[in-house]
Design a protein around this ligand. Structure first.
Ligand SMILES: Nc1ncnc2c1ncn2[C@@H]1O[C@H](COP(=O)(O)OP(=O)(O)OP(=O)(O)O)[C@@H](O)[C@H]1O
Ligand SMILES: [Mg+2]
Length: 261
């Protein structure tokens, strides 16, 4: 039974390190990171700027190969990007020549699904992000928050097994940001998704994550993991706000000390 956890892990990161070959001297970005991501996890990653968060995400996505250790999905090495791992970045990269609908339908169309399925999936995810009425707009006609929602719908439309997000709401104003957080929580709960999200906002991590990883400054290692459930308290509140208790404040302070100290 000792291997139970390993067998179950959707993503299994074992002693992963990455050194960038830079001009003057190599940069050790992350070192000896081990982490298992299970189905249904909402994992938030916090850490000082430059500690290697995006590097870790790019390794999981398959954009970068670790220089030491190994990263597995369902027990098989990740050798390149594929649609089982959907990525959403801070500044959404939409196809400007395509309508909102076509952007969201892009993945299913690349998979050569039947036209009816492509349309159904596109409609479903546009409804989830509340953009169905904007389906035929060009992406340049949208606000920043709307573009972020299209990018999210496009990532979801591939029905990936894990969604990787690199500070997805960083460029949004405070109000839109809170709405996006609520949206992503709802989508995560409804679809039982697995999410790996980098953020620099401790409150965002505390209010969404079921797990928080705090990384040390470069070369990034995992300093501590917190398991939490504040996100579930949002269900009990009619405005979708989480309950801020003493425990929340204590964990927040502990994380602040770790990141600043
Ligand atoms: N392509 C690259 N070539 C060389 N060095 C890189 C490259 N990308 C990142 N680095 C370096 O690796 C380290 C980690 O960078 P990374 O982008 O992973 O950090 P981060 O935690 O995402 O930071 P931030 O919070 O500012 O986004 C930094 O020292 C950075 O300068
Ligand atoms: Mg980064």
């Amino acid at each position: 039974m000792g291997n139970d956890k390993k067998d179950k892990a959707l993503i299994d990161i074992q002693n992963v390190g990455l050194i960038y070959e830079a001009k003057r001297k190599p940069i050790k970005a992350i070192e000896d990171i081990s982490l298992q991501i299970e189905k249904g996890d909402f994992l938030c990653v916090l850490g000082p700027s430059g500690c290697g968060k995006s590097t870790l995400l790019r390794i999981i996505a398959g954009y970068l190969k670790p220089t030491s250790g190994i990263c597995l999905m369902h027990g098989k090495p990740i050798i390149g990007p594929d649609w089982h791992r959907g990525v959403a970045f801070q500044s959404p990269t939409l196809y400007p020549w395509m309508s909102v609908r076509k952007n969201v339908e892009f993945g299913p169309r690349m998979k050569n699904l039947p036209e009816d399925d492509i349309k159904r999936i596109g409609r479903y995810y546009l409804e989830q992000v509340d953009l169905i009425d904007f389906s035929d707009k060009a992406t340049f006609e949208l606000s920043g928050g709307m573009k972020q929602r299209v990018a999210l719908a496009r990532a979801l439309a591939n029905e990936p097994e894990v969604i990787l997000m690199d500070e997805p709401f960083g460029a949004l104003d405070a109000l839109t940001r809170v709405n996006m957080q609520k949206l992503i929580r709802d989508i995560w709960m409804k679809n039982n998704s697995t999410i790996f999200m980098i953020t620099h906002d401790i409150d965002e991590a505390l209010s969404l994550g079921t797990r928080i990883l705090v990384m040390s400054k470069s070369p990034g290692k995992i300093l501590k993991e917190f398991k939490l459930g504040f996100t579930y308290t949002a269900m009990e509140n009619k405005y979708g706000r989480i309950k801020i208790e003493e425990e929340y404040m204590n964990i927040k302070e502990e994380i602040l000390d770790m990141i600043n100290g």
